[in-house]
Design a protein around this ligand. Structure first.
Ligand code: SF4
Ligand code: SF4
Length: 279
C-alpha cells in the first residue's frame, strides 16, 4: 500500500485505522506515510475509509485559511478526503502479507479466506480430528503486533522435532520447503503478516506435552501466541477427556465453537431435479 504525497492533506484519519500502526504523519514531508516494513497489506486503510475525491490543493488551502482563523476544518473521521491511497501491484514474496492479513482474500493453497484454514470447524465433513485426538490451532500474531515467518518457523521446527504432523490443508504447511523439519521457504522468512495459524493433531496423551512446548517457544518469540484445542464431544455433548488436562494447566475453559454435526462426511447430497441446471 502507498499514499500519494501529492494527494495527501495530512488530516491523519488513516493513522487510526491501521491495525499495525504503520501509518504516521511524516514531520518533514507533512504527509501521511506508510512504514513499508510494518505494513502487512491488510487493505484496512484502503477499504475501511471512504474515498472522497476532493482536490488536494483546495482542501489544503481551506485548512490553512481556517487554521489562521483558529477554526478547525477536519474531514469526517471515516474518510480519506482526497483518495490518496494507491495499492501496489503485489508480487512474490510480498503478496503473502496480503494473503494472511486481508480477510477477504482466499489463500491459493486452500481457497479459504482469512487465515486460510477451516480448522476443526467443519470436522463433521472433514473428519480431521477423530475420537482420542486433539486438534491444536496455534495462532501466532494479532492486530497491533503481527508476526514474521521466521518466528512461525521457530514454532514449526520445534513441533516437527517433537514428531508432530502438520495439517496438509493449511497455508503454513503449503509454504514449507521441508515439512518433516517444519522449515519454511527462505524467500518469505522476513515477511510480516497480521497473524497465521499452524495446525496439528496429536493423540490426547500428548496434549499436555504440546501445550508446554508451545509455551517454551513463545518465550523466544516477539509476538503473542494463542492456542485453540478442538476435540470430539461424547454422546452427551461433553468433553471430559481434554478439558480436565487444560484446566489443570491453568486454562479457564469456555465452550467456544460447537460443530453441530449436521454435515455428513463422504455422503453425496442428492440435488433435487428442479434445482439442476443443464449446460
Ligand atoms: S486519510 Fe488520506 S488525506 Fe488524510 S492523512 Fe490519510 S492519506 Fe492523507
Ligand atoms: S494496508 Fe493495512 S497494514 Fe498497511 S498501511 Fe494500510 S491498514 Fe496499515
Amino acid at each position: 500500500m502507498r499514499i500519494n504525497p501529492k494527494k495527501c492533506v495530512a488530516c491523519g484519519n488513516c493513522t487510526y485505522v491501521c491495525p499495525m500502526g504503520a501509518i504516521y504523519i511524516d514531520p518533514v514531508m507533512k504527509r501521511a506515510t506508510i512504514d513499508r516494513d510494518e505494513c502487512v497489506e491488510c487493505y484496512t486503510c484502503f477499504n475501511g475509509l471512504s474515498q472522497e475525491h476532493l482536490p488536494p490543493t483546495l482542501v489544503r488551502t481551506v485548512r490553512t485559511v481556517f487554521a489562521a482563523l483558529r477554526i478547525r476544518f477536519e474531514p469526517e473521521p471515516d474518510v480519506c478526503p482526497t483518495a490518496a491511497f494507491e495499492p501496489d501491484e503485489l508480487v512474490w514474496p510480498r503478496v503473502v502479507r496480503r494473503a494472511f492479513s486481508d480477510p477477504r482474500v482466499p489463500h491459493e493453497s486452500t481457497g479459504v479466506e482469512g487465515r486460510g484454514t477451516e480448522e476443526v470447524k467443519t470436522n463433521d465433513v472433514t473428519g480431521r480430528v477423530g475420537p482420542g485426538d486433539v486438534g491444536f490451532t496455534i495462532e501466532l500474531g494479532r492486530p497491533g503486533i503481527g508476526v514474521r515467518f521466521y518466528e512461525i518457523q521457530e514454532m514449526c521446527r520445534a513441533l516437527a522435532a517433537a514428531g508432530v504432523a502438520f495439517e496438509v490443508k493449511n497455508p503454513i504447511t503449503s509454504l514449507m520447503s521441508d515439512v518433516a523439519t517444519g522449515t519454511i521457504r527462505d524467500d518469505i522468512l522476513g515477511e510480516k503478516v497480521l497473524s497465521a495459524i499452524v495446525e496439528i493433531k496429536v493423540p490426547v496423551a500428548r496434549a499436555e506435552e504440546i501445550v508446554h512446548l508451545v509455551w517454551d517457544v513463545e518465550q523466544r518469540l516477539d509476538t503473542v501466541v494463542s492456542i485453540g484445542a478442538g476435540v470430539r464431544c461424547d454422546e452427551r455433548g461433553q468433553d471430559t477427556v481434554v478439558a480436565p488436562i487444560l484446566e489443570r494447566l491453568g486454562y479457564r475453559l469456555e465452550r467456544a465453537k460447537t460443530n453441530m454435526g449436521l454435515g455428513r462426511r463422504g455422503e453425496a447430497v442428492p440435488v433435487p431435479e428442479r434445482e439442476m441446471v443443464s449446460t
